[in-house]
Write a protein that binds this ligand. Sequence first.
Ligand SMILES: Nc1ncnc2c1ncn2[C@@H]1O[C@H](COP(=O)(O)OP(=O)(O)OP(=O)(O)O)[C@@H](O)[C@H]1O
Ligand SMILES: [Mg+2]
Length: 706
Amino acid sequence: MEDNVVEELMTIEVELEEVQDQIKILLDRQEKLYERQSELKSLLDECKTFGSPSGVGVPLPVENWSGQFEWDSRADEVRFNTFGIPTYRANQREIINAVMSGRDVLVIMAAGGGKSLCYQLPALLHDGVALVVSPLLSLIQDQVMGLTALGIPAYMLTSTTSKDNEKFVYKALEKGEGALKILYVTPEKVSKSKRFMSKLEKCYNAGRLSLISIDEAHCCSQWGHDFRPDYKNLGILKTQFPNVPIIALTATAIKKVQTDLVEMLHIAKCVKFVSTVNRPNLFYMVREKSSVGKVVIDEIADFIQGSYPNNESGIVYCFSRKECEQVAHELRQRGISADYYHADMDVNAREKVHMRWSNNKLQVIVGTVAFGMGINKPDVRFVIHHSLSKSMETYYQESGRAGRDGLPSECLLYFRPGDVPRQSSMVFYENSGLQNLYDIVRYCQSKRECRRSSFFRHFAEPIQDCNGMCDNCAYGRDLKEVDVTRHAKVMISILQEVQESEQRATMLQLMDKVKVKHKELASELKRGESEQLIIQLLVDRVLKEEFQHTAYTTNAYVTIGPLWKQVHTGRKTVKLEICSGIKGNTGNKKATKRTVSLSGLEVKLDELRRELSSVHGGIFPHSVLSTQQISMLSSQKPTSNAQLESIIGKLKTDKYGSRILEQIQNYVGQSDGDLPNEVVQSEKRPSKRFKRQNAPVLIESSEDEG
Ligand SMILES: Nc1ncnc2c1ncn2[C@@H]1O[C@H](COP(=O)(O)OP(=O)(O)OP(=O)(O)O)[C@@H](O)[C@H]1O
Ligand SMILES: [Mg+2]
């Protein structure tokens, strides 16, 4: 009797949790609707006021940010000729219009969505100086370098700024002398330097402070993943400079973070632009990870050499520092230029590795989570996870470092159940740590559901088409569903015995016990499948994990979970999906192109951009020409300055035009009779599965504007 009551109670508790999750989603939705309702009501009030006869001549408040504005043509000219950007991406134009109209703006846009342009373009259109607060020195250096290469007067005030430059900046702020359009600082400058703030005040009083931009604004919030205490003091900017519009930008989609930063920055009336979390150009896939370390490395090396033989950049994320070093070493032994990056290295060594990678002198960085926010490289073609991340949010951020230039890129995660206890013993003490981990475990275990849908569900966004850009959508798998209820019951009984004798069992010990006690049953499932079953039972709460600290480590054990009885009494059957093969591309599903393969001319232009970047010093190859521009040049093969200008804009044509035209001419001359866009095989190493393709396609969201 008592048992039954306890069991029902457990079941109800689990169901209650599920209901609460649903309520949370509905409450979020309600909050959004209330927000919009009040926006619309106040808009209506304003319309009535301004629309009345007494309001004749007063302009209507502008909320249609896609409409026409007086700065349109100037904005288009600067976008194209200075930044070399042919069209706006989704929301960019609207955001720029809101900023230009003097409103405070909050921008939530996925990594690589193009947030920088949203403040850099208005900074150039306005008179005066725009201030940008950014959390990391490396990010600031990248940005200043990139802008300088475009001929934009951008400076920074950081620990590395020379005395001369500091003097120049302070003079520009105080007296308006010298050309200064964009000034980057770290948050510490705002909260700690009285001298800087007093100069800024003078700049403001003279009406020359045009805009304040807070990049990576999620650093304000303790709920964000990169909290920075000094970001909390940035509220002072609105208090001291109330007439200057603030634009706060982040890729973090968590609601709590957004609410926090609006409050902290004092921008309650801001216009908010939330873009989708979808990254249509990323191909997501999960592969089974062998328990033999060398096999995993062989597979990773094959993948890189097969798909990326032209030194295309990538990242491999590892669980621990030691693993990073080992994996980098083993990749090098297999002929891949790889190096590691983790928090145990000194700052200089880390920066050196980062620089070599940014300059395309190193193909792969093998990093821990420490290799994070400062990564600004747009042409990362693949992100491989050697082990699973600790949550969907973390995986989204880390894998999202691929393809920031919008070109097809791949995100590959190696999953094996044995990695789960390693992660769980690290995260179990965090708020919802285990829940978050089990969410990504579910993502990894799933063999049918679209990987993109998991992201949409996680970030509470309506589902969009995947276009065949994940393994589950692109390939049909031969899946069979096996009833493993008997196995699950045996596991439960064994764990009961273990518990009764006041002992504990790890996942491996549990499997061994099943093998010893029930040989026939154990032989029905392969080792990996038994592991898969235990993980599934954990995620479904039939089993649960328990942790014990020792002096050196935390051990994870498996024990009976809240729903064990449902299985034990036979009320719940347990099924395991077992994959017996991949059918290949299914005819009925759209499979969009996943990788960028370089044509002969593209390889030549890539070499040229590397050469020009080292000749011009201090700029990255992607600042000379983006991969997207290289692909357009190679398909259109311009022969005159005018044609070139229509592709890459005036500034780059003036700077590098003669060399680019010369390169194209040489290539066309040499390859007379060849296929126009013949795909080249790397000279350095043979390619296993090289794909012949024409110019790469840019996969963009359909909301693009001209
Ligand atoms: N409209 C556009 N068309 C083509 N490329 C663009 C456009 N806007 C931005 N880009 C390019 O996309 C890349 C990423 O842009 P940006 O650095 O602004 O991204 P972000 O949103 O700040 O990402 P993160 O969150 O990672 O900092 C850059 O190489 C940039 O030049
Ligand atoms: Mg950015």
